[in-house]
Design a protein around this ligand. Structure first.
Ligand code: GUN
Ligand code: FE
Length: 424
């Protein structure tokens, strides 16, 4: 067992932040040897029970749950900031040519190592990430994550049409490869597999049907894809699937909406679609820096809440512009605030932070596993230094409430705030 003394941020079951200005986080093995949170709360309430336990003194710092990135493309680490007129030209001119390099496993492993270093620098301890259509890109990422002991989910991209040579896969083989990867990796250590159709326009009916069959056969495997990101994309799907009720409906028709299914963007949905998300248990990965960069639109938080949809925050690198959860939370604030195309809300800092930690874990069906620091959760956490820059130091010293403190960190924060990232 080991204890850490610092300010401590957690969340209750309603998603409200819990804060101890002088807190204690106690971690140690559970009955099966996993490193978990054994106790968390105020220092004075807990310290008497901890005779003989080493306490690391981190006063002046804030301990918070490790961030969860609900949607990111590790192979697009080098695609960040690629200029394009919108999603479809961005894919064609930058992303597909770049992803074709991941047929080379050594190249993929090199990018994966850089990607995991970058996540750690930014305080991200779990990611649901796309690989590429090449099975070796999945092996490379899982091997790197396993060596680091991370809770991590990825999968081979399925894209058997409307894709150039070098990334397009072959229908039958793509499904054989997917099942082999599920058997090789899903549930090994802290790793999980996600069935990963890129998006409806780049898969044939046969491929989507096969993906849905695998999703039914392996019920605790994840599903990840994109939906309703961009108006040109939505129009294209309507042409390709004239009989579907909506873009989201295409995925429903193929059995790809269920618990543990995470759909990036969910911008151009209608009220029916949002109810379908809630009823099936699927979740949205809100990707605000990507949506602003590619000019895709604004996620409608009020409508999502009215429907009771689950959602969490995501970087969507390389459409997204930053691995930093602070940048993503600030962009989510802008997206929520936008009030010209939808109701504009002022999301609280606690809500934003929850969406990137405990809320994201709930969207993954991992709410008792990661994303929070209440007892039993795996011990993934960040140690933040509120004095990391002169302006942060000045601003956080003047915070009179938890909201003011957390907003200062969100608005001014980046990787300099992250003093340490600890994974179980
Ligand atoms: N839609 C299909 N593929 C992609 C991708 O790689 N990034 C984003 N943002 N949207 C997509
Ligand atoms: Fe994406």
């Amino acid at each position: 067992m080991k204890a850490y003394r610092a300010a401590l941020l957690r969340f209750d079951d309603q998603g409200q932040p819990l804060y101890d200005s002088d807190g204690l986080l106690v971690v140690g093995p559970d009955a099966s040897g996993r490193k978990v949170v054994r106790a968390a709360g105020s220092h004075d309430a807990l310290i008497d029970r901890l005779a003989g336990v080493a306490v690391e003194d981190l006063r002046g710092h804030l301990i918070a749950p490790g961030f969860i990135d609900l949607h990111v493309h590790y192979p697009q680490t080098d695609v960040i900031g690629a200029p394009a007129a919108g999603l479809l030209p961005w894919l064609e001119n930058y992303t597909f040519p770049h992803e074709s390099r991941f047929a080379d496993k050594a190249y993929a492993r090199g990018v994966a190592e850089f990607f995991f270093d970058e996540l750690a620098r930014h305080g991200v301890t779990t990611a649901l990430t796309f690989a590429t259509s090449h099975p070796v890109s999945v092996d490379a990422a899982f091997e790197a994550a396993q060596a680091r002991g991370l809770r991590f989910i990825t999968g081979k991209v399925l894209q058997d049409r409307h894709s150039p040579d070098g990334v397009r896969d072959e229908t039958e083989q793509s499904l054989i490869d997917t099942e082999a990867l599920i058997r090789r990796w899903h549930g090994v250590d802290r790793l999980g597999y996600a069935i990963t159709p890129r998006f409806a326009p780049t898969s044939t009916d046969e491929q989507l049907r096969g993906a849905g069959e695998l999703a039914a056969k392996y019920g605790d495997v994840w599903i990840q894809s994109h939906v309703a990101e961009n108006r040109d994309e939505v129009k294209w799907v309507a042409e390709l699937y004239p009989r579907a009720r909506s873009y989201l409906g295409v995925y429903g028709d193929f059995g790809l909406l269920r618990d543990r299914a995470v759909y990036a963007h969910c911008i151009h949905l209608d009220a029916h679609d949002r109810i379908l998300m809630r009823e099936t248990g699927a979740s949205a990965a809100v990707s605000p820096t990507s949506n602003l960069f590619l000019g895709s639109g604004f996620f409608d938080y009020a409508a999502a809440d009215a429907a009771g949809m689950r959602y969490g925050l995501a970087s969507d690198v390389g459409g997204g512009t930053s691995f930093s959860p602070f940048h993503t939370m600030l962009a989510a604030y802008y997206i929520g605030r936008e009030g010209h195309t939808k109701p504009g809300l002022s999301l609280t800092p606690g809500q934003l932070w929850w969406q990137h930690t405990a809320g994201a874990a709930r969207a993954l069906g991992l709410e008792r596993v990661v994303g929070n620091l209440t007892p039993g959760h795996e011990a993934d956490f960040v140690v933040l230094d509120p004095k990391a820059t002169p302006l942060l130091e000045r601003k956080t010293a003047q915070a009179d409430s938890l909201d003011e403190l957390l907003f200062a960190l969100i608005v001014l924060g980046d990787d300099r705030l992250v003093a340490k990232t600890v994974t179980a």
